[in-house]
Structure formats: C-alpha cells, structure tokens
Design a protein around this ligand. Structure first.
Ligand SMILES: Cc1ncc(COP(=O)(O)O)c(C=O)c1O
Length: 421
C-alpha cells in the first residue's frame, strides 16, 4: 500500500493555509526545515499547560517533565535503533552539538593526529573539525566528490585515512547534491585505523530508515525540524564514548550520559514535541508500512514501525523526485548538479540543485516566490560543495527539496514556472 498523501497533508496546518489570493504555497524548502503536523503544535501547548517545570523537582510538574524527557529519548532511540536511551543526547541544533562533541574529542588528541572531512559535507560537520585542528595542531585531510556524478570519491576518502586518523566526519545525505553516502563502509574504514566515525544524518533522517547499529558509527547527529518536528537536535553516541569522553559541563550537573553532554536548562517543550513528531512517523509505519516489513528482520513494535515508515516515505519520494528530475531535464538551459542517471536514483534523497543559464539563482527564487513556490538559493552552508562546483561567489544554486507531503501537482507548478522563466 502506498502512502495516502492527502490524508497525511491534512495533518499539517501550514500546508493548508492559503496565501491572500487563495493559492496554497508550495513548500520545496524542506531541506532547510519541514512543516509540522498538528500534534507537534499541540504537544508544545500541552507541555506548557501540564508540565512546565525545570528538572529534578519534588513536585508533579517537574516529575512529569522529567518522565516525558525519558520517554522522548526512548522514542528517539527506537527511531535510530540505538541500543539504549542513554545514548540519546538532545540539544538546540546539530551545529552546537557537533561543536561540543568536537571540543571534547579534541581534549583526547595530540598534535600531528589527523582528521578526515569531506567536500560534500555541510559546514556544520567541517568547521568544528577545522577549529579543533587549528587549536590543537592537528592535520586535516579532505575527501573529494566527483563533480560530474555527484558521488563521494571513495578512493580519495581511503587515501585520506592513515594510521594517525582519529576522526572521520562524513555526511550521510548531502544537503546540496542529495547524494547518499555508504556510511557503513566508511565506519569500517574509520575503525580499521581506530578512528571515530561521526555521521551527519541531518538530511537522511527525513528520508531513510536510520540504524546506528547497522551503520556501526560512533556518533550520529540529526535535527528534529528537518523531520517534521520542532527545533531540537539529537546527538547519538555509543554509550562508552559518551561516558568516557571529557565533556564540558558545570560541576553540579549530572555526570552520567546523556546528561553530562547537556548544559543548562534546555527547551523542554521542544523535547516533548520531538516525541510527537516521531509518533507521527511511527504511525505512518503502522498504517502504510506492512509491505516493507520483510526488509527489516528482527525488528518489532515501534522500531519496526520507524523502519517501515521511512521505507514507505522513501518509495513515494523516489517516484516524485524521478518525476521532478525528468521534468527539469526538459527545460532548455537548465543544469542539474548531482545524480541525474535514473539507475542511481536510489543513491539520492529528493533534494535537487540546479541553475537556469544566465539567471541569478536569487532572482529565480524570488520569481518563484512570487508564484508562491518556496525554494532555497545560495550555498545553504554547503560551502565546500559550492566551492568545488565553482558556484561560490556566483549565487550558488537553486535547491528544490521534496518531502513526502509534496505532490506531482506541486512539481508541475514548479516545472511550468521554471519553463516560463
Ligand atoms: C546536512 C546538514 N548538516 C548539518 C546541518 C546543520 O543543522 P542545524 O541547523 O541543526 O545546526 C544542516 C542544516 O541545514 C544540514 O543540512
């Protein structure tokens, strides 16, 4: 059974809110942030109404808030297939969590130790490593990608990994090219020299079943607001690393994982609402996921629901992105960067970047916005990608990012508008 897109869309108030002229806006800005289902909005209100309190108090609101926090971590552990909920660290966004992680790892490194980053990564998984390299006399080695195919150059990644490598930081799915990288293989390469593997899963989490144990990574980061939730992010870390690494914390704070990684009073209402966003996904697995169950032997209950939900959403998105790319190919003077070979569509998420010859990406984005079609332009912090493509300093590229709630009709609106332009 395929997903019932109108039924899912009806749960998202923002998708059903017409602009003044009565037209519904088309949200293709999903890689920058997705819309949220009603239950996420309600969860924020419910938190403030029934459990708004700080951590560790002797009274019911604080106890309810603490219990909700543990529940959210249990749900998130199921989403990522983490071994235990204590491996789920929550924080304001992926970038902040990754800076905390990189600084803690830095304290265990010595000058001359090496870090590997890729040119396909968002800067949130490059700059934290460049900064600790600068601070501690570490060497940074870069892995490249193939500009023509949009695939990570595995030979250059292998060449960058040496016996002195301590961290390999790679993106799971690119927020620009959309390419999905073989993170399981990369984890094995990293571990063959005793390095940590840090996976940026911010752009894979909305589209793929994630499984930290199958990948075998040491750390994985993703952001709730990219997968239909609030502005809160997750750092998964293997328990032994979260317990052993010297996290920066204040003295009175709990020194056990995950709390030793979470400084100050967090945005509890978003933590609670993250659970609601994940419930939305689990429910999709329960309703539309049966056809995919055999792909996930050994999984049961909510863990299985998450896997089949993402498989069902991914199958729909694959069809939609194929429709988009084939339509874009028909537009004269339009260039797509990244995977365009239908045989390789399974190696991409539904994020497509392109440019119209002779047109400034910002101008095109504005012209689309005037038609109530929202796309991104610029570099979206994929600075190294844009530099490698020669687009940095030239306005970058347009980014059309699909989510499961988008439709063929919306893609047609975009294609017609681009053809006009
Ligand atoms: C691939 C990727 N990594 C990291 C980030 C940074 O995430 P956050 O905004 O949660 O810090 C983004 C944000 O767009 C992203 O797309």
């Amino acid at each position: 059974m395929t997903i019932d897109v109108p039924a899912l869309r009806s749960q998202f108030p923002a998708l059903n809110r017409p602009v003044e002229s009565g037209v519904l806006p088309v949200h293709f800005d999903n890689p920058a942030g997705t819309q949220v289902p009603r239950r996420v909005i309600d969860a924020v209100a419910e938190y403030y109404t029934t459990m708004n309190a700080n951590h560790g108090g002797a009274f019911p609101t604080s106890q309810r808030s603490d219990a909700a926090e543990t529940t959210t971590r249990q749900i998130a552990a199921d989403f990522l297939n983490a071994a235990r909920w204590e491996e789920i660290v929550l924080g304001p966004n992926m970038t902040t969590l990754n800076f905390s992680l990189s600084r803690a790892i830095a304290r265990t490194l010595r000058p001359g130790d090496e870090l590997v980053v890729t040119r396909m990564d968002h800067d949130a998984n490059i700059s934290p490593w460049l900064r600790i390299a600068q601070d501690g006399g570490l060497t940074v080695r870069w892995a490249d990608f193939d500009v023509e195919t949009g695939l990570l150059d595995m030979a250059s990644l292998k060449a960058a990994i040496t016996p002195r490598t301590r961290v390999v930081a790679t993106v799971h799915a690119s927020n620009a090219l959309g390419t999905i990288n073989p993170v399981g293989e990369i984890a094995r390469l990293a571990h063959s020299v005793g390095a940590y593997h840090v996976v940026d899963a911010v752009q894979s989490a909305p589209h793929l079943p994630l499984d930290v144990q199958a990948i075998g990574c040491d750390f994985l980061l993703c952001s709730g607001y990219k997968f239909f939730g609030p502005h809160v992010s997750i750092l998964y870390g293997r328990y032994e690393h979260l317990a052993a690494l010297p996290a920066y914390k204040v003295r009175p704070a709990d020194d056990t994982p995950p709390h030793r990684w979470e400084t100050g009073t967090p945005c509890y209402e978003t933590w609670y609402a993250l659970g609601a966003a994940l419930d939305y996904l689990a429910e999709i697995g329960g309703r539309y996921g049966q056809a995919y169950e055999s792909q996930f032997p050994g999984f049961t209950g909510r863990r299985l629901q998450f896997k089949t939900a993402m498989a069902a959403l991914g199958a729909y998105e694959q069809e939609l992105v194929a429709y988009l790319i084939e339509g874009l190919k028909q537009i004269a003077g339009l260039r797509i960067y990244g995977i365009t070979d239908p045989a390789l569509y399974t190696q991409r998420v539904p994020t497509v970047i392109c440019n119209l010859e002779g047109r400034d990406p910002r101008g095109v984005a504005e012209a689309l916005a005037a038609r109530h079609i929202y796309v991104w332009d610029g570099n979206y912090y994929a600075l190294a990608v844009m530099e490698r493509l020669g687009l940095e300093g030239h306005g970058g590229a347009l980014r059309i990012g699909l989510a499961h709630y988008n439709t063929r009709e919306e893609v047609d609106r975009l294609l017609n508008a681009l053809a006009d332009l």
